[in-house]
Design a protein around this ligand. Sequence first.
Ligand code: KIV
Ligand code: ZN
Length: 513
Amino acid sequence: MSKQGLVIFDTTMRDGEQSPGASMTKDEKVRIGKALERMRVDVIEAGFAAASPGDFDAIAAVAKAVRESTICSLARAVDNDIDRAGEALKQAERARIHTFIATSPIHMQYKLRMEPDQVVERAVYAVKRARNLVEDVEFSCEDAGRSELDFLCRVIEAAINAGARTINIPDTVGYAIPEEFGFKIKQLLERIPNADKAIFSVHCHNDLGLAVANSLAAVQNGARQVECTINGLGERAGNASLEEIVMAVRTRSDLFNVTTGIDTTQIVPTSRLVSSVTGFPVQPNKAIVGANAFAHESGIHQDGVLKHRETYEIMRAEDVGWNANRMVMGKHSGRNAFRTRLEELGVTFASDQELNLAFSRFKELADKKHEIFDEDLQALVNETSTMEEKYSLVTLEAHSQTGEKPRALVTLNVEGNEVKQASEGSGPVDAAFKAIESIVQSGTSLQLYSVNAITSGTDSQGEVTVRLEKAGRIVNGLGSDTDIVVASAKAYLNALNLLANKVDKAHPQASGV
Ligand code: KIV
Ligand code: ZN
């Protein structure tokens, strides 16, 4: 029997972005959008258009740049959200509006303060309004995992009649257990008379570590779209991980009657991109994309794998993009090759001036580092942002010697004025941060400091993430350099600039309808 298609709906840039500190700029979203398109993701949820002008612009930019995947915006079941979504998607080749309302007793009573009849009416209204703007409308019953079956059947039947083509069943709070969730999908499909007029989708959160298992149980019971994120990024414990769903369905094709259109060799490069943009590192033992996912340490395993790979390996590392061919650039690569490769990675330059600036940084890096990989280019672009910079690093001198107190001398450009400051610290990075702080007096608190080698080798660039918090706002600053102390100072300043620039966003599930 031939297999059915499973629609892969990526929500890294919407639900993933809802993780504190994971917010992405417009340019970063375009780069992730291009990577997802290369991976042949079917639907990309690029954001929540009504959240902020910045999110609106980012969705519009992704809709313009990505032509192969459907681009989607989330919208609560209210006029303004739906209209903003429609507007942001105007330039999309294929556009989807994803509207939702909560259907569980607890959400209807305490959050929405609405009667079930009003919820059904509002759902129908929202779907119809969205259908006036786009053909492709998805409707979600928020907190479906804790909603009553009879009520779900009622609201879904009405939403399909109103024109929804996809019906999404979210386990919003990550409460479901696989057998129960799979059975719920089966019952919905059996009981809703017009269920055959829509694709049933699932969207599982990972609060009990069951998001992937619940999604797969749903697929075995008839769901034909899965909503997921790269690296399992998402609210609280995250969403179902795209790479795990895709590889489970593929590796156990004996059990699943579905196939995806995903180019699995793009999984690891995209995972790295998302990790570097958000500053959320991937744990080494994470399935598929963790650094140890294919490393066999034990002698018995190594021996077995050498004799016959399948003794201990169920997937091939190269099939998910480990050691994928990454074009290497170097000192002698020209501006054209540089621009072309970046365009392939989803980076376009607004002006020649911007291209020249990025190219001169590339040349500086090529002087220090023999081979430049895609990851280096991504990191370089992370830094060459178009954001207005209140603070920038002019020079940094760091001194550390055994038996002596480490110190740093930092010169910053602060809104056009050069300011110098020396400081001591427990190490050179600490000293540099203290020197910066005594200049800027930001009043922020440091939530996370992490360093990753971008590629292998001791000449590799270090990529540093600095997460700062101020008055409830959290940002991730990124910096890269072959010198870790310089990378750290750049990341710290990047976080301060983000705090100085970014507009606050509304949360889609926070209040109202
Ligand atoms: O988790 C959830 O319920 C959601 C919906 C908005 C789809 O993210
Ligand atoms: Zn969600």
